[in-house]
Design a protein around this ligand. Structure first.
Ligand SMILES: CC(C)(COP(=O)(O)OP(=O)(O)OC[C@H]1O[C@@H](n2cnc3c(N)ncnc32)[C@H](O)[C@@H]1OP(=O)(O)O)[C@@H](O)C(=O)NCCC(=O)NCCS
Length: 184
């Protein structure tokens, strides 16, 4: 049976696997290391209370992971996670920092940001939508005024997905688009 539950520490390896295998592209080892340090581990390690997984028989096969407050995220991310991607590609870092700049630009109205990923067999079955609604309810109950995310301008599926869920476009910068949703 598939169901959504809170992330637990024991989901760490499964969640990292989801992060690396949510689409059909196979990244090289350096890219994989970068992606985990930059887009995944902070959330699992520092804000497990703001992460939810899709459970299939005890295994996490999808997640929504979140930093609830940019001002709390930034110092920890910069001190503990950014140094880990040093030497893993200047261009890649420049591209990824574009997302951080967007989070900072919109933090007063949208202090939270998220990432959502599912393994391919679980796509287009409504679970991504349910994960987001679960997180939105959780953040709303905690008094968070807004949540945002960034994605690639060429990720047509993701753009359609966020728009269907009622998020609106905040900005487009280069190859990245920011979407936001007010929660109060
Ligand atoms: C993007 C993703 C999280 C969406 O989750 P999902 O469970 O597949 O999406 P849902 O089934 O909840 O879809 C809800 C709506 O989003 C839109 N949508 C979702 N996937 C789509 C696709 N491949 N093409 C077009 N529209 C799509 C549709 O409007 C869909 O409603 P419908 O099925 O009634 O037409 C998931 O497909 C995924 O993990 N993709 C790979 C990783 C990724 O791109 N993550 C986001 C990066 S920022």
């Amino acid at each position: 049976m598939l169901f959504i539950r809170k992330y637990e520490e024991t989901d760490f390896a499964d969640a990292e696997y989801v992060c690396l295998h949510c689409d059909d592209e196979e990244d090289d080892a350096e890219t994989q290391e970068f992606v985990l340090h930059f887009f995944c581990d902070y959330y699992l390690e520092q804000e497990p209370q703001n992460c939810f997984v899709l459970d299939d028989g005890g295994r996490a096969v999808g997640y929504v992971i979140c930093a609830a407050d940019f001002d709390a995220f930034k110092p920890v991310f910069f001190e503990r996670y950014l140094p880990l991607v040093d030497g893993l590609g200047e261009k890649r870092l420049e591209w990824a920092m574009g997302s951080i700049a967007l989070y900072e630009e919109f933090k007063s109205e949208y202090p939270a940001h998220l990432h959502v990923d599912l393994l391919p067999p679980y796509h287009r079955r409504g679970w991504g939508s349910r994960l987001l609604v679960t997180l939105f309810d959780h953040l709303r109950a905690a008094g968070c005024p807004g949540v945002m995310l960034t994605t690639g301008v060429d990720n047509a599926a993701a753009l359609a997905f966020y728009e269907k869920l009622g998020l609106h476009r905040l900005a487009t910068r280069g190859t990245e688009v920011a979407y936001g949703l007010k929660l109060v």
